[in-house]
Design a protein around this ligand. Sequence first.
Ligand SMILES: O=c1ccn([C@@H]2O[C@H](COP(=O)(O)OP(=O)(O)O[C@H]3O[C@H](CO)[C@@H](O)[C@H](O)[C@H]3O)[C@@H](O)[C@H]2O)c(=O)[nH]1
Ligand SMILES: [Mn+2]
Length: 525
Amino acid sequence: MIGDFWFGVTWLLNQVAKLKPIKRVPELAVLQQQFDLPDGNSNLPGLDVFINTVDPINEPMIYTMNSILSILAADYPVDKHACYLSDDGGSLIHYDGLLETAKFAALWVPFCRKHSIEPRAPESYFAVKTRPYTGSAPEDFASDHRCMSREYDEFKEHLDALFTIIPKRSDAYNDAHAKEGVKATWMADGTEWPGTWIDPSENHKKGQHAGIVRVMLNHPSNQPQLGLPASTDNPLDLSNVDMRLPMLVYIAREKCPSYDHQKKAGAMNVQLRVSALLTNAPFIINFDGDHYVNNSKAFRAGICFMLDRRDGDNTAFVQFPQRFDDVDPTDRYCNHNRVFFDATLLGLNGIQGPSYVGTGCMFRRVALYGVDPPRWRPDDGNIADSSHKFGNSESFVNSIPSAANQERSIMSPPALEDSVMVELTDVMASAYEDGTNWGKEVGWVYNIATEDVVTGFRLHRTGWRSMYCRMEPDAFRGTAPINLTERLYQILRWSGGPLRCSSHTTVHSLLAAGSALCNELLTLT
Ligand SMILES: O=c1ccn([C@@H]2O[C@H](COP(=O)(O)OP(=O)(O)O[C@H]3O[C@H](CO)[C@@H](O)[C@H](O)[C@H]3O)[C@@H](O)[C@H]2O)c(=O)[nH]1
Ligand SMILES: [Mn+2]
């Protein structure tokens, strides 16, 4: 009885939410006209891209690295966007994998630019055999394509090889530096890896290791750097192509057994602080490790809504629909969630905006800091006494006013001197959030299975709105659970969350919670 009644109520709420669907289309041509300069530079605001992973086997590393390649190759000013990989496993495989990816990106990204490649995740690009050519050098395309396909195969082999190279390398170093009973994992430069070791030992195991931050690709200069003509060493003619790559950073936050690390929400809050000290872009977009950029213009689309003169200033986040590859044609387990993404979220777009659903969502940085809408003024006095709120990093607190100023171009990151490294380590520490508002009023919300939805509700409750951005071709794509057990477990987790978040809700949010649950139930029936 109670179940039927609740089902009825949520069904009703779900219908109400759909009464006023509003479709918004990003005006990419207008954005380009207003922000891109004739000399090739651009006035677009900075964008920090966060991507998360935990385990290179459960979440195959090749997906994560494809995603990173698609982010590095996105059509956004290269000195205005930076990519932060959070590796919650703290494993050397991911670190070395990222080094390989940075190397491969030096060829892949210029190739994408030269031939206007779509999508810019190589695995998905090479999976499609034929498509119309839209680049500007058709005469070179066939040979460049062949060459990149070979290079990509080699890159994949290099990634696979890491699973054997790292243990072998470590054995060799361990034999040379025998320490009683301890088998360390060694980096290529002959130093011990500070993260987790293959043979777990004190301070080097899952849930207990130091914080690591490494800049893999430095922030590029603001002047284009053209490549070289083809030669024996350079198989591709890149003499008319800008070779610069965006900044790329590896992060493994500190782990201590006495702390609850709050999974993805905790990882993203660390990314939020580390990026504040490095690039401090006013906008942020986040991805799960298995989601990639499918449309290279997607970042511009999100920014277009954020800068919109009518409602942009009040917009805390722009949510893109989740789309999936590899789902069987009949979509047996309802992985596409069509009703939710193409009806409910579109409907909410006509009220206060869609819910935040965890990945493929662009945020205004200051909204995550708990600042109220509409536009917050940098001279606001309440930042002064904020160590209880934001923690005791002075550099972090000082970064807040400039993050509010979206017109400011991205700052050049500080030179990575020892003092900066100390501060970065400090904001990655498990103890940093003790007694602060992180996970409550600041950053992504903690202590709930569906941290994403609740974080969105918290922003809505304080008056911010959100926007829904659907575009063709799909902005982002990911992988979906393809067996029933995994899918049912995911549904259980997702529908449990909305029931437990009443303290974060407004009427609108209740509608969203109800409709989310109802949608999950409808999925099952
Ligand atoms: O300790 C952790 C655990 C997870 N993750 C990352 O979080 C993401 C999502 O986790 P996953 O287990 O793949 O959950 P899914 O059910 O696939 O994800 C959906 O549901 C989650 C909420 O339940 C949201 O957070 C996700 O964004 C949404 O895509 C992945 O990138 C993980 O690498 C971490 O960074 N640290
Ligand atoms: Mn996932």
